[in-house]
Design a binder for this molecule. Structure first.
Ligand code: ATP
Ligand code: MG
Length: 524
């Protein structure tokens, strides 16, 4: 038989089979069709040695994108770019980088512990009836994993866990981080792009390293927290004078760990229920920040106030602005609400979380709020040391050393200046950006600060001296008054005794109180 004849015969056989199949579908009862379909698939899987798993893009009611699908998409990214011929590209991180994924109907291979598997991207298209002129197509994308059935245990267990974990990590690396703020009971967000880093933070190197280690250890300690039975969260209390870098450190923490920031404005939270709702809505890998907790709400005196109710109002050492006052009145968040927020059951949901409080006055906070276990790490940010200055000089002026550094070191040891003030003096003052001008300006400011501090100390000493003298005078005056009062009391006593004696003599003819002289006189 000629090859052309053979081809003709094959073609006619295929055409007949297809015709028979079409007739069968047309006239065969639906139940029988289903029956045959089911058993033919079973028979096929019986002889087919591979297992297939589909991961659909949307689960359930189509509104939720499947987490597994996006994890797989991320996981397959690098493999796709290396193996697939048709790729899809998408921009992430505010168009700063591109991620690639395989296009529909492409396949890539993967290997896990020596086992080979295959991933394929596909889509089901179904036409949904519509009144529109244009037909509406409903695309359902999926990834299909194919592997040999002898590896079932390994793939369903370790491999899929590995895919989800790695996919999640890639997703976290690629995602655009967000800065959230609360508005009512919802979070609004903007893109978070703060350049702060631990490298540029002006702080002693050893302390900085300790904080960074603590953060990194925390972020990788999921198994540890699960083993010891603690929620995977950690509290940081940053305290120190204004301008010492508390907010900057929070941004550096977020950049180090690649976390989102939830900046919680407590005065805008109506009550504890709203606070809980906000907490539940936060995602994992995030830092929840409450800035200036001492003046966000009057949490400082709540416990004391309850005890002292009716004893009159305690004077707030920091006068509040009228707006702040009215907001505080509106907010009914209580200290116990905050404590539940920090370590209640809800704070444990959905992965790792850092909770950071900042304050200028740590001593004003209720000890319950900042005890270890709630605020695990207390970090004091203080005035600028010489080591911190060196980092600022390197950042601002690109200077590692300078002959004026010695004088600055001397002055920083003698006076207090916040890193924010030092940084301000190191900002370029001339177009040429002459470092010497900045350093001289800083020296002048430090000398002035030193003089001011001396004057202030002298004034304080004088004030103290005055107060001491006044106190001594008052004490003397009090002493005088006391002795005068005693004299008067003595006089009163003796005249009273005299009167009593006279009375007795009049009534009894004698006196028994020992005032014999008087009684005999009276008798005579
Ligand atoms: N330790 C620091 N390292 C680097 N820059 C700093 C440091 N401290 C302050 N700065 C600079 O000073 C500015 C103010 O600092 P920041 O807002 O972090 O202070 P803060 O402690 O949060 O103050 P506040 O208590 O008033 O909120 C920052 O923009 C930063 O440039
Ligand atoms: Mg701040």
């Amino acid at each position: 038989m000629k090859p052309t004849d053979m081809l003709t015969q094959v073609g006619s056989v295929i055409a007949s089979v297809m015709f028979a199949w079409a007739m069968f579908k047309q006239y065969c009862p639906f139940n029988l069709q289903e029956y045959i379909d089911k058993y033919s698939k079973r028979a096929f899987t019986f002889i087919y040695p591979y297992i297939q798993i589909s991961f659909n893009e949307f689960t359930g009611d189509r509104f939720m994108r499947s987490e597994a699908y996006s994890c797989i998409e991320n996981y397959l990214g690098s493999r796709s770019s290396a193996q697939a011929k048709r790729l899809k590209a998408d921009a992430v991180k505010n168009s700063q980088s591109i991620i690639l994924s395989m296009d529909d109907h492409e396949e890539v291979e993967d290997e896990f512990q020596g086992v080979k598997l295959k991933w394929a991207a596909g889509k089901h298209i179904s036409k949904t009836p519509s009144f529109s002129f244009y037909p509406v197509t409903d695309e359902k994308k999926y990834y299909k994993l194919t592997f040999h059935k002898r590896n079932r245990q390994l793939i369903l267990g370790d491999y899929l866990t590995h895919v989800l974990k790695e996919g999640n990590e890639i997703k976290a690396r690629n995602r655009q981080r967000k800065l959230y703020t609360n508005s009512g009971s919802y979070w609004r967000h903007v893109v978070f792009q703060h350049p702060a880093s631990f490298e540029s933070l002006a702080m002693e190197a050893a302390r900085k390293q300790e904080i960074m280690d603590d953060l990194v250890v925390f972020s990788t300690a999921e198994e540890f927290y699960a083993r010891i039975g603690r929620a995977w969260k950690r509290g940081y209390l940053l305290f120190g004078p204004p301008g010492t870098g508390k907010s900057t450190m929070i941004a550096a923490m977020a950049n180090l760990l690649n976390y989102d920031i939830y900046d919680l404005e407590l005065t805008a939270v109506k009550d504890n229920t709203e606070l809980r709702k906000l907490l539940i809505d936060t995602t994992s890998r995030s830092i929840i920040v409450i800035e200036d907790i001492d003046c966000s709400l009057d949490l400082t005196g709540q416990r004391k106030k309850k005890k002292e109710e009716g004893e009159g109002d305690e004077k707030d050492p920091k006068p509040k602005l009228p707006k702040e006052e009215s907001e505080t009145k509106q907010s009914q968040v209580t200290l116990s609400g905050i404590l539940n927020f920090v370590d209640g059951l809800w704070s444990a949901c959905k992965g790792e979380r850092l909770i950071v409080f900042t304050t200028n006055f740590v001593e004003k906070l209720d000890p319950a709020l900042i005890r270890k276990g709630r605020m695990d790490k207390h970090i004091e940010l203080s005035y600028c040391s010489f080591e911190a200055f060196q980092i600022l000089a390197k950042n601002y002026l690109k200077l590692e050393s300078h002959h004026l550094f010695a004088r600055i070191q001397e002055l920083l040891g003698e006076t207090k200046m916040t890193p924010a003030e030092v940084a301000e003096h190191l900002m370029p003052k001339t177009i040429s950006g002459d470092a010497k001008v900045c350093l001289e300006g800083l020296i002048a400011a430090l000398e002035k600060a030193k003089e001011d501090a001396l004057l202030k100390a002298e004034e304080e000493a004088k004030e103290k001296e005055k107060e001491k003298a006044k106190a001594e005078e008052e004490a003397k005056e009090q002493e005088k008054e006391k002795s005068k009062a005693e004299e008067e009391a003595n006089e009163k006593d003796s005249s009273k005794a005299e009167e009593n004696a006279k009375k007795q003599v009049k009534e009894n003819g004698f006196c028994d109180n020992g005032n014999a002289e008087l009684s005999t006189k009276e008798k005579k």
